[in-house]
Write a protein that binds this ligand. Structure first.
Ligand code: SAH
Length: 450
């Protein structure tokens, strides 16, 4: 029986989807963060549960393949990256492994996988960051939550983010403090500033700055004219007041403090307007490659009706609109649908319609109106689709279903539900949009046997 605080010598033999190395000690699986497959090491057991345990590295005896020195000073504390101690090819190997594993284990699906597509940029690729704010040693700071906690690790130099984010934050924090803006304290539910939210258009360079607050700090922000002058690329300065005791970052509304309430970027050649509330893939260049794969999987002939579910600001569907007869997009966030409609107009796309509402409900309604899409693209959030949505699509009998997901486990579950409607996986590929973190995107094309 494993004991807490005991030291064991062992070897890491696998990697979980959370980025923990796995080893077996006394017949029990032990998960050890920041390890590499092949590591020979001594571990200290820190937690023992019924069927598995957690350990930490006590001493690395022989490093596994691909190990490198972590290049980030807060890698150990921060909950963001999990793979800074191995090189990128090794990370891609792990990701490819756990994506395929999710499909065989959860979906009982064994498609022929194309090789994983790695990101061309593995640093400065994120176009969005939401920094929690805190008061530490009489200083207003912002940074990242420590692993499994809401303790703020002050750090503005994250290498996943564009360098300009750090410049803006390093300018902002002292001026905010001078303006007597207080940090929100979760425990006592007091204080003002909860998060600083930044977004940058990858191609346009336009920047959005949004203060997420408990109570408005609008009257204290007399430095905004200076900020605009210093950072002319900041095209949008907003505030979202969120008075609730919640983990949800954004409030229900967003008010403009200066300039406008959106930025624009280009994606797959289309001009895209993005509101603070709209989803926008965080790795633009790699998302463009993902959408190109989706288009290639769809193999449009020109006369199709395309249903783009969970469409956000419309980016995927709009990138294909010129190849189909009609595009219908569905999304639950009203601001995103507004963006999608305007994005169609901005790009002179006239064969697109967008509906706001729950994907399952709208698909059922469209089915009642006898809509028969030829291709359905689904790009749901991490929790995947629900069975109502799968059933409604299955009943519509499209020729092709293209599933895109940032969660291989729920994607495998949904794909196996579609297989009950006669759909088989024809093409499958992991696409890494989230280098250095544990996340990975998956894309599948499924067709019905005629
Ligand atoms: N396809 C888009 C967005 C994908 S993210 C892109 O690539 O940019 C998933 C989207 O699903 C988000 O925009 C989210 O708001 C939306 N969403 C979440 N639950 C939904 C539901 N039940 N019905 C419709 N859309 C939903």
């Amino acid at each position: 029986m494993l004991k807490k605080n005991e030291i064991y010598q062992t070897e890491i033999t696998g990697m979980t989807a959370e980025g923990n190395g796995v080893c077996r000690v006394d017949g029990m699986a032990v998960f050890v963060p920041m390890t590499a497959v092949g590591d020979q090491l001594k571990i200290k057991i820190v937690k023992v549960l019924k069927n598995y345990a957690f350990g930490i590295i006590q001493e690395l005896l022989t490093p596994g393949a691909g190990r490198v020195n972590p290049d980030c000073p807060v890698f150990r504390q921060c909950g963001g990256c999990v793979f800074r101690h191995v090189d990128y090819p090794t990370e891609l190997n792990y990701k490819s492994g756990f994506v395929q594993d999710a499909f065989s284990r959860i979906g009982k699906l064994y498609p022929e996988w194309e090789s994983i597509l790695g990101s061309q940029e593995i640093s400065c690729y994120r176009n969005k960051a939401q920094y929690p704010v805190a008061m530490q040693n009489d200083k207003l700071v912002c940074g990242f939550y420590a692993k499994h906690s809401h303790r703020v690790i002050p750090y503005t130099g994250c290498t996943l983010h564009p360098e300009i984010f750090q410049k803006i934050l390093d300018y902002l924090l002292p001026v905010l403090q001078k303006a007597h803006v207080s940090a929100y304290d979760e425990q006592s539910h007091t204080g003002e500033l909860r998060h600083i939210y930044l977004r940058k258009g990858y191609h346009s360079g336009e920047i959005m700055l949004c203060f997420v607050t408990r109570v408005s700090i609008r009257k204290k922000l007399n430095f905004l004219p200076d900020l605009k002058e210093k950072f002319p690329e900041v095209m949008s300065i907003c505030e979202s007041v969120n008075p609730a005791k919640t983990n949800v970052i954004m409030g229900k509304t967003v008010e403009v403090l200066a300039r406008q309430n959106f930025i624009t970027d280009t994606m797959c050649g289309n001009q895209i307007k993005i509101s603070p509330q709209s989803f926008y893939q965080v790795n633009t260049a790699q998302a463009e490659r993902l959408y190109a794969i989706a288009k290639q999987y769809a193999d449009f002939q020109g006369n199709e009706i395309l249903l783009d579910l969970y469409c956000g600001a419309g980016t995927i569907g709009l990138s294909m609109a010129s190849s189909v007869k009609k595009l219908i997009g569905v999304e639950v966030i009203p601001q995103a649908i507004e963006n999608a409609r305007e994005n169609a107009k901005r790009n002179q796309i006239t064969n697109a319609e967008f509906y706001c509402g729950d994907a399952g409900m709208i698909v059922q309604k469209l089915a009642e109106q006898n809509l028969r899409p030829d291709v359905v693209i689904l790009d749901p959030p991490r929790k995947g689709c629900d069975s109502v949505t799968v059933q409604a699509i299955g009943d519509m009998q499209p020729d092709k279903i293209i599933l895109i997901s940032c969660n291989a486990a729920t994607c495998a579950r949904d794909a196996s539900l579609f297989s009950e409607y006669g759909y088989h996986v024809k093409k499958a590929r992991a696409v890494d949009l989230f280098a250095r973190t544990s996340h990975c995107e998956v894309i599948l094309s499924m067709s019905r046997e005629k």
